[in-house]
Ligand binder design. Structure first.
Ligand code: TRP
Length: 449
């Protein structure tokens, strides 16, 4: 059990806030033309992500097991089929895929932590900083080393089951990260092209909202909130009765969204002040932030603190990605926590090499229009998470009866409950389906959108 509501919020926020906010959101917004993508992402966060987060915590607390067993058991309790457990299976698979590339990117952040300790950013220009990133990407052995270190750190914690010891760290690291981002924001306002950055990020150009951009914005909403794969369900399993699920979820969603927007408002002013390309892809923060640290007062000290905190934020997310699979293996197969964490960690680690090599050795190997990394990310974030979320919403809204959900949410049956139920029953599932269909081009072909 979590010791308090606050401890639970910290744990869920620790899982939600991570590379998704600081690394992925800015580069995805950059690739998809900015404002319109951001607007659609915000809509998805509120109308799809929030009700699904509420649903996941609610189902988790009711089932009190790993996501597979929880979905199966609550499904049976509600008079439905045990095959709902398959949603948990899909979620665990999605978590595998996500962690495999997440760890590689967290490895980049680790490398940058060490670069910054060595003063590599001081006086950097877009050329030298760009070259530093390119040389890191080109060296697959180095990337492999950092990826390995991150996986060992993550497996180490999950193997010993001391996740809750992290509470204390999150309590310090989260405000620390926020403080550093505010310092960076001040830099972006006084020393970079804040007006252009603001305009790019927050002025929607609806022309840029292609069906593909909509799919990616929806995927990003799922990814950044950690929903759609049962991870939050696994956390909810340890939530004491009498804690408000709705208020907790709102807190986490607001914090997570604020940090992503802050990251965007820091990165894009630096992009435009230096004549960089907002659509340059996954390297975006690694090609921009060092420029800020390299030229701001105290930057040599702040850079390692920032990248250290970023690694930490990635670490708390990595733990959350690994935990559901390990909990399942322990509860359903009677494995020891230690061996489950090591075996699963090793598989994820090996899978990570597909991502790692797709930035160098296999950079030209493309299928379905993307590199291995792009395909793994696309499958997990833009397809499996929304699909999992669709089933979770249907389960919470249709399979669970009104009595069960209103009892578990404990907010009566007033407007807040009605709003949640409407979103879970109708809007969230319909929105996911429409975005999926739209991305296949079918709606356009029939002149429906
Ligand atoms: N939300 C995390 C981030 O933004 C990534 C993530 C996705 C995650 N699904 C998760 C983390 C499940 C923990 C558990 O970085």
């Amino acid at each position: 059990m979590w010791s308090s509501r606050f401890a639970f919020i910290l744990a869920v926020a620790g899982s939600a806030v991570g590379l998704g906010n600081i690394w992925k959101f800015p580069y995805m917004a950059g690739e998809n033309g900015g404002g319109a993508f951001v607007l659609f992402y915000l809509l998805c966060v509120v109308a799809i992500g929030l009700p699904i987060m509420v649903s996941e915590i609610m189902i988790g607390r009711r089932g009190r097991r790993n996501p597979i067993a929880t979905m199966r058991i609550v499904g049976e309790e509600e008079g439905s089929r045990p095959s709902w457990g398959l949603v948990g299976v899909m979620g665990i698979f999605a978590g595998f895929l996500i962690l495999s590339f997440y760890s590689v990117i967290a490895g980049w952040a680790l490398a940058y932590f060490v670069f910054s300790l060595g003063g590599e950013f001081t006086g950097g220009t877009p050329e030298t900083i760009g070259a530093l990133f390119a040389s890191l990407l080109g060296d697959w052995k180095m990337l492999g080393l950092w990826h390995t270190i991150f996986m060992v750190l993550t497996v180490g914690i999950v193997a010993r089951g001391v996740e809750r010891g992290l509470e204390r760290f999150v309590r310090i690291a989260m405000p620390g990260l926020l403080l550093l981002m505010i310092i960076l924001l001040v830099y972006a306002i006084v020393a970079a092209d804040f007006a252009s950055g603001w305009r790019f990020l927050l002025t929607p150009d609806l022309e840029a909202l292609t069906p593909q951009a909509m799919l990616e914005a929806m995927g990003q909403a799922f990814f950044t909130l950690s929903v759609g794969m049962g991870a939050i369900m696994a956390y909810g399993a340890y939530l004491p009765e009498g804690t408000s699920i709705l208020r907790t979820s709102i807190w986490v969603v607001v914090t997570d969204t604020a940090i992503a927007l802050l990251a965007g408002l820091i990165i894009f002013p630096i992009v435009f002040a230096n004549g960089l390309d907002p659509a340059s892809g996954p390297g975006l923060i690694f090609e921009t932030l060092p420029l800020a640290f390299g030229s701001m007062p105290g930057g040599a000290f702040l850079a390692p603190v920032f990248f250290g905190l970023l690694v930490f934020a990635a670490w708390t997310s990595g733990i959350g990605l690994l935990e559901p699979a390990v909990a399942w293996s322990v509860e359903s197969h009677g494995r020891s926590r230690r061996s489950a964490a090591i075996v699963i960690g090793a598989i994820v680690w090996a899978l990570g090499f597909l991502t790692l090599l797709s930035f160098n050795v296999f950079a030209d190997f493309k299928f379905l229009g993307g590199t291995l990394f792009q395909n793994i990310d696309h499958l997990a974030s833009n397809i499996l998470l929304p699909l999992g979320g669709l089933f979770i919403a249907i389960f919470a809204g249709w399979v669970m009866c009104k009595n069960s959900s209103s009892e578990e949410l404990d907010i009566g049956t007033g407007p807040a409950y009605q709003a949640w139920r409407f979103l879970a029953r109708w809007l969230a599932p319909a929105a996911v389906l429409v975005v999926f269909l739209h991305a296949t081009g079918l709606l356009g072909r029939f002149g429906l959108m």
